[in-house]
Design a protein around this ligand. Structure first.
Ligand SMILES: [Mg+2]
Length: 425
């Protein structure tokens, strides 16, 4: 499933997050004297300000408008923070712009999303396909993605103070429209199979590539809604849209196989966090969550053909204060079994206050390209872990075999339950 993430009135929201005195007030970002409004808060939009609008006109419409000058460096920092949170949900994140992106949610084995509620004021909606009783697995994937979307929205609001809209669907097109159509603070999903019904009543201008001019051309031949384009003869659509016609007609039918494209570039670390719906006070439960994360992250490490040397455990308390403790092993590893014994001790070090925690996280860093150096890695990797597996080459080969079988199951998205998944509740 795909989540489309789109910050609401991004520049203006960042200004409001930075300066609490701007909260609840109409804010415009752009040129103060001359120039145009590049971003307007929803308070300003309610007074009729839109973007881009000449600043002078905006001030006439909305005399209380607070104009703030554009600070791209500041917005870039918030963008980084927003996408870093997205990365905690899935490594498959595509940035489409400074404040928009796509996440691909696969069935990670320890997917267990805290169902953070959206901020409440926004629209929450679900559109399900009722006619496909066999799609149980699909429905579960959908529900997991909806849970992830809700948690993502809540975390961005809680941690960086900006509101975002999220749309969930089987493809990019529908996920994006689901979010945009229900802004601000949208949390809206379309289950697989419901795409064309969802798009049908919308104006053709919602189709990608249909601007003002092409929209008018469609209207002039009687194709006003997306359903009209979906059902029209290919010849008619070609007369209006030329070379774009075939692609547009597929979009209109809810078909879009554009993949989520993850940026190339060095992955510096592999991280995962989980925010709990209710604070957790049990060490046993936290360790079992961390083990689940270790499984998932090591799968990613192996998939990238790497090993990692450093692991960090993070806890966050109810008052949002945090603590992190790290350990670096002498040699790199790509086996979760090597780091299991380190998780408990690191958690105890980080969790000094012993107050209940609202979030726990695991990060594997210091990656080394290339597989582990045979048995050589073993001597050091056990540091602090009691040298588990050391000296037993056969055991190690068995562990590798099990890991590769588990990886194959994950790649095929088969449901996976390991001992520590059962320890939870
Ligand atoms: Mg936006």
């Amino acid at each position: 499933m795909i989540i489309h993430l789109d910050a609401d009135a991004f520049f203006a929201s960042v200004e409001q997050a930075e300066d609490p005195s701007l909260k609840g007030r109409p804010v415009g970002v752009g040129g103060r004297m001359r120039g145009v409004v590049a971003s307007a808060s929803y308070e300003a939009r309610r007074a009729g300000v839109f973007t881009p609008m000449p600043t002078a006109q905006a001030l006439q419409l909305c005399p209380g408008l607070v104009m703030v000058s554009c600070d791209m460096a500041k917005y870039a920092v918030y963008s980084e923070r927003m996408f870093a949170i997205a990365q905690d949900f899935t490594p498959l994140v595509e940035r489409a712009s400074i404040d928009e992106g796509y996440l691909e949610i696969r069935r990670w084995p320890c997917a267990h999303w805290a169902m953070g509620r959206g901020s409440g004021s926004g629209q929450v909606g679900v559109m399900r396909d009722a006619g496909d009783p066999g799609a149980l697995l699909g429905l579960r994937a959908y529900e997991e993605a909806m849970g992830a979307a809700a948690a993502l929205q809540a975390r961005i609001q809680a941690e960086i103070g900006i509101g975002v809209s999220v749309g969930v669907a089987a493809n990019k097109l529908v996920a994006q429209i689901a979010a945009k159509l229900n802004k601000p603070r949208a949390l809206f999903g379309v289950a697989a199979g419901g795409e064309s019904a969802f798009l049908a009543p919308l104006d053709v201008k919602w189709l990608p590539g249909v601007g003002e001019k092409l929209g008018r051309a469609f209207h002039s031949v009687g194709l006003r809604r997306v359903a009209d384009v979906a059902d029209a003869s290919p010849e008619l659509v070609r007369q209006v849209a030329g070379g774009q016609a075939a692609a547009l007609q597929l979009f209109a039918r809810g078909v879009d196989d554009r993949p989520v494209v993850v940026e190339e570039g060095e992955v510096k670390s592999y991280g995962r966090q989980e925010t709990f719906a209710e604070n957790v006070c049990s060490e046993e439960e936290l360790v079992s969550v961390l083990r689940g994360m270790a499984d998932e992250l090591m799968h990613r490490v192996r998939r990238d053909g790497r090993t990692v040397r450093t692991l960090s455990v993070q806890v966050r308390y109810q008052d949002m204060s945090e603590a992190t403790r790290s350990r670096t092993m002498e040699a790199g590893t790509d086996l979760e079994g090597d780091i299991y014994p380190l998780l408990g001790p690191l958690l105890r070090e980080a969790w000094e206050r012993r107050a209940c925690v609202r979030l726990v996280g695991l990060r594997l860093s210091n990656p080394v390209q290339g597989p582990e150096q045979g048995e050589l890695a073993l001597g050091g990797a056990g540091s602090g872990g009691g040298g588990q597996g050391a000296g037993a080459g056969g055991d190690r080969r068995k562990q590798k075999l099990v890991a590769s079988l588990l990886d194959q199951m994950r790649e095929r998205e088969l449901p996976l339950v390991r001992g520590h998944s059962l320890e939870r509740k």
